[in-house]
Design a protein. Sequence first.
Length: 320
Amino acid sequence: MLNVKATIETKDQTFYGRDFLTLLDYTPKEISKLLENALEIKNNKAAYSEALKGQSLGMIFENASTRTRVSFEVGMTQLGGHALFLSPKDMQIGRGEPVKDTANALSRYVDAIMIRTNSHELVEDLALHASVPVINALTDNYHPCQAMADLLTILEHKGSLKGRKIAYVGDGNNVAHSLLVASAKVGMDMTIATPEGYEVNAEIFEKAQKAAEETGAKIVQTHDPKAAVTDVDVIYTDVWASMGFEQEQEQRLKQFFDYQVNDELTLLAKEDFIFLHCLPAHRGEEVTAEVIDGNRSVVYDQAENRLHAQKAILLALLSN
Ligand code: CP
Ligand code: NVA
């Protein structure tokens, strides 16, 4: 069996016991290491089948999920551990139990807590009080596990990350924020094209820009989708109305009309560009069926990579 400890821990790369709330907390070197580990685990699945034997992951889902829930649960099983699906509807936190008490009590049972909820502050609060690692599985601000799978997919299909160009077209949302931070950290140029009023959070943009200064990545915001996708290696989009914003759907359909990723737009990208979408997708809205179901789309590879990227994250945070 492969020595997981040796693979994952080195003197300047210590992951054990840390939270995974945003990639802003991880160095470029650490992100590269996690990607390297994800590839290793993907290629040698059997070698890690007992790596987290006896360990449990508590998964709190306040919002719907297909990929995140299944990939974390299956990921824990494949590592020899166990995952529990916890719905706030059935938990005392859903009846007003303080986050502090939930965090402390859960920490006595499970080895890590994964949470999907709208409020990023709630996740920070949970992490503050929990004595075990807390993993962000999507807040209104960030989706770091998705961004790790996105990087892994680009790396596999393009062979490198540094110096590559990615365009994100659509809503300046959680997925855009994490992709922005991820790109900045790995030295990938990223242009985000959003309608006016839907730009990324200014504070997060500033933090990403600081990270980009260290790696040489060029991070740009625009309202021009055509300029954004010209000559890029990767085109990425996400839904126009994220969970919690459904009541704005009608209004957004009009405002995002010019930001659809369709054949006309993708013609401006490099001929061998790849199309990414975190899913779930709305065909005919943010992307046409021709593009998402076309031969440049790698969205199912990307979905699969959630599993491998998260196994690397779980191993890094839980192996000592
Ligand atoms: N991309 C993603 O997080 O998908 P789910 O909402 O299905 O988990
Ligand atoms: N931006 C989307 C991502 C879903 C995985 C949402 O928050 O609903």
